[in-house]
Design a binder for this molecule. Structure first.
Ligand code: IPM
Ligand code: MN
Length: 368
C-alpha cells in the first residue's frame, strides 16, 4: 500500500478545528482508496510565537522539505501585530519552499450560496493561477527620511523573466490538463471550430504598469504561440477582471496573474463561489513541497465554538490528494462535498450551517 508523509500545521484560531475535519475526511478517503497518510504535526503559529518569541525556527523549511505536502489551517493571532506571522510564517514558507504558484479554484457548488443573481454552478467554474514568489510580495523597497515630513516609501514589484515564465508555463499546462475533465468554459463556437480547447486569460494592467506587465504580456504570447496552439490566449486588465467576475464569470476558464492582483481577485472569487467557508487554495512547488490551505484566515472570534465551516479545509485536502496524484480519491471528496452542500447545509457561513463543524466533517466522510 502506498503511504504519503503529510505535514500538518493547524496554526491559529479555528485553524486546528478545521484541519481536524480535513484529516478525518482524508483518512476516510485513504481507507476507501487503499493508500495511507502519515501525519506529522508542527505547532507553528501565534501561540508558539507568544510562548517562545520565535516566529518560525530556521530549520522549519528544511524539515518540511521531507514532505510532499503540507496541510495548513490558518495563520493570524489577535494578540500579535498584523504582519509578523503572515510574513514570518506564511510568506516565508512560500518563498523558502519555492511554492511559486498559488492555485485557487473558484467553483460554485450550489446556486443558493452565490451572491450574484441568476448565476448557476455551470457559470462559475474557473481557476486562478497566481504567481506566489515575486511581485509586490518580495519586500523590495524601503523608506527614506522615515518619520519626517519628507519621508518616502517605495515598494517595488519584482518580475523576473524566469519567475514569470515558470508561472505562465504552469498556467498553460494546467489549462490543458483541466480540459480533460471540464466543459468548454470560456470558449465560443468559433474557438472550438478553430481547434482551441482551453482558454488562458492573462490578468494585468498593461495600460499603466508598462514595465511589469509588458514583460508578462510578451512572455505570455511567446510561450503560448510556441508551445500551446490549442489554448486560446485572452487578456483582461485587473479592474475589468473584477467587473467580469460579477457580470460574466462564465467567460473565464483559467486566469494567470501576478502576486498582488491574484491576492485581490481571489478574495472576490471566494465570495462568488459561496464565501470563505468553501474557498481553498494551494501553494505549489511542482517539484517540491506544496502547501494547501483554506483561504479564510483564523477567524478568532469563532475559535473553539464548533461553528466554523470546515469545508474549505476539506477542499484543501482534496487539492492535496489531487496534487499527490490520488485523482480518484480527490474526485470522491469533491463529489461528497457537493452532495453535502446541496443536500444538507442551510448556509456556508459560520454558525448558520445547521450543523456543527465536526458534524459537517462527519457528513462528508459518510458520503464518500
Ligand atoms: C492570502 C493571504 C495572504 C496573502 C496574507 C495573509 C499574507 O491574504 O493567502 O491570500 O496576501 O497572500
Ligand atoms: Mn489574500
Amino acid at each position: 500500500m502506498k503511504r504519503y508523509p503529510i505535514a500538518v500545521i493547524g496554526g491559529d484560531g479555528t485553524g486546528p478545528e478545521v484541519v481536524r475535519e480535513a484529516v478525518k475526511v482524508l483518512d476516510a478517503t485513504a481507507a476507501r482508496f487503499n493508500f495511507g497518510l502519515d501525519y506529522t504535526y508542527f505547532d507553528f503559529g501565534g501561540e508558539r510565537y507568544l510562548r517562545t518569541g520565535e516566529v518560525l525556527p530556521d530549520t522549519a523549511a528544511h524539515e518540511l522539505r521531507a514532505f510532499p505536502a503540507i496541510l495548513l489551517g490558518a495563520i493570524g493571532h489577535p494578540n500579535v501585530k498584523p504582519g509578523i506571522l503572515e510574513k514570518g510564517i506564511l510568506l516565508r514558507l512560500r518563498f523558502e519552499l519555492e511554492q511559486y504558484i498559488n492555485l485557487r479554484p473558484v467553483k460554485l457548488f450550489d446556486a443558493r450560496f452565490c451572491p450574484l443573481k441568476d448565476k448557476r454552478p455551470e457559470d462559475i467554474d474557473f481557476v486562478v493561477v497566481r504567481e506566489n514568489n515575486e511581485g509586490l510580495y518580495t519586500g523590495a523597497g524601503g523608506f527614506v527620511f522615515k518619520g519626517t515630513p519628507h519621508e518616502v516609501a517605495v515598494q517595488e514589484s519584482v518580475n523576473t523573466r524566469r519567475g514569470v515564465e515558470r508561472c505562465l508555463r504552469y498556467a498553460f499546462d494546467y489549462a490543458r490538463r483541466r480540459r480533460a475533465q471540464q466543459p468548454w468554459q470560456g470558449l465560443r463556437p468559433d474557438d472550438l471550430a478553430a481547434g482551441r480547447k482551453a482558454q488562458l486569460t492573462l490578468c494585468g494592467k498593461t495600460n499603466v504598469l508598462t514595465y511589469a506587465f509588458d514583460l508578462w504580456e510578451r512572455a505570455f504570447h511567446e510561450i503560448g504561440a510556441a508551445g500551446y496552439p490549442d489554448i486560446k490566449r485572452d487578456y483582461a486588465h485587473v479592474d475589468a477582471t473584477t467587473m467580469w467576475f460579477v457580470k460574466n464569470p462564465e467567460w473565464f476558464d483559467v486566469i494567470v496573474t501576478d502576486n498582488m492582483f491574484g491576492d485581490i481577485i481571489t478574495d472576490l472569487g471566494a465570495m462568488i463561489q459561496g464565501g470563505m467557508g468553501i474557498a481553498a487554495g494551494g501553494n505549489i512547488n511542482p517539484q517540491g513541497t506544496s502547501m494547501f490551505e483554506p483561504i479564510g484566515g483564523s477567524a478568532p472570534k469563532y475559535t473553539g465554538l464548533g461553528v466554523i465551516n470546515p469545508l474549505a479545509a476539506i477542499c484543501a485536502g482534496q487539492m492535496l490528494l489531487e496534487h499527490l496524484g490520488e485523482t480518484q480519491a480527490a474526485t470522491a471528496i469533491e463529489n461528497a462535498v457537493v452532495g453535502v452542500v446541496r443536500g444538507k447545509l442551510a448556509s456556508l457561513a459560520a454558525g448558520k450551517m445547521g450543523f456543527s463543524t465536526s458534524q459537517v466533517g462527519d457528513l462528508v466522510a459518510a458520503s464518500l
